[in-house]
Design a protein around this ligand. Sequence first.
Ligand code: ADP
Ligand code: GN1
Ligand code: MG
Length: 364
Amino acid sequence: MGVTLEEIFDSFKADGSYLSGEPYGSGHIHDTFRVEIAEKDKDDYILQKLNNKVFKNIPELQNNIERVTIHLKNKVSQIPGSDIKRECLSLIPSKEGKSWIVDKEGNFWRMYIFISRHHSYNIVDSADKAFEGGKAIGRFQAMLSDMPGGPLFETIPWFHNIEKRLDTFYLKIKENPVSRVQSITEEIDHFLKRADEMKIILSLGHEGKIPIRITHNDTKFNNILLDENDKALCVIDLDTVMPGYVHYDFGDAIRTAANPTSEDETDLSKVKVDINRFRDYSEGYLSETGNTLNDTEKEYLAFAPRLLTYTIALRFLTDYIDGDNYFKIHYKGQNLQRARTQLKLVMSMEEHYEEMREIIRRLT
Ligand code: ADP
Ligand code: GN1
Ligand code: MG
């Protein structure tokens, strides 16, 4: 890279001097680095080179995150004993007073305080972790429910809109830009067969039966940080916080919290919904939101994991057909593997659907 991490770091008003910087985390979108500070008593930082192919309007994106983090900080600071630097993301202003910079190569960067002593899990292996994850997302939605200042900017238009996602899928199949369609007809059929039933959440929205709220929209479990005792700490990755249905957050979190394997597990016999983890997450989530959700929202919670797992599987396969332009991949064919793994999870959720509905009924 022509610009060094240290130069980027120096463009922000940090407290402390740069010691080292290393790639960090397993996000699929940005390039994330942890910056270690020479002084041991000072906070480390997270530097992110923002993906502006995915997020086309960085100033509006950052404006959203400024609004959201200010509001969350206000809420958290009212809780006695709270730890403001670890329970919400803290953006660091640049020396020019903005919350991002553009480097001499035209790349956008932002910086946060590194949340110390956190645990981040790609796979959830205990009841308590799932429960705490549910609590974190429930509380996050509750805290944002009275954010002032009008609707947030839609950082990715139609992000979870399954009709639009299907339109793009059909278009890419037709274009077949890198000649991969021939080899995945079986997977394509699985998506086509389920396309109609996936539109139910959108229909409920159009009919006015479920409200638009402020949602996170990317509640993969590794975006929920737990503390050193594995208690809910902080929800991160705020790029897609915008108007949405609660089902989007609930469904995406279950997709990861209740799958005992990785997102691209190759042994499909291991990929299935873990009903216990589903129950634990639901309990945590409903302990924070049970009083605010309406009856229709509750009734369709159990369907949400099927929709979100299907949607994200569809996006992985679309990206595979397109030649892997969106999600970061670490080996050839990873997007196809992710799509297959997620499809298998959809099927398992279908098999266990009645049990999932019963669990939600009992909890509400
Ligand atoms: P992406 O959109 O690429 O997933 P994220 O914002 O989720 O980017 O960041 C990637 C990873 O970096 C996270 O999963 C988490 O492990 C880590 N991370 C991000 N922000 C922080 C922070 N403020 N403190 C500690 N770790 C962080
Ligand atoms: C991306 O940014 P990250 O890695 O937390 C993606 C999500 C997908 C997820 C699949 C902005 O999440 O929508 O569900 O990968 N984020 C964006 O793992 O597209
Ligand atoms: Mg992330």
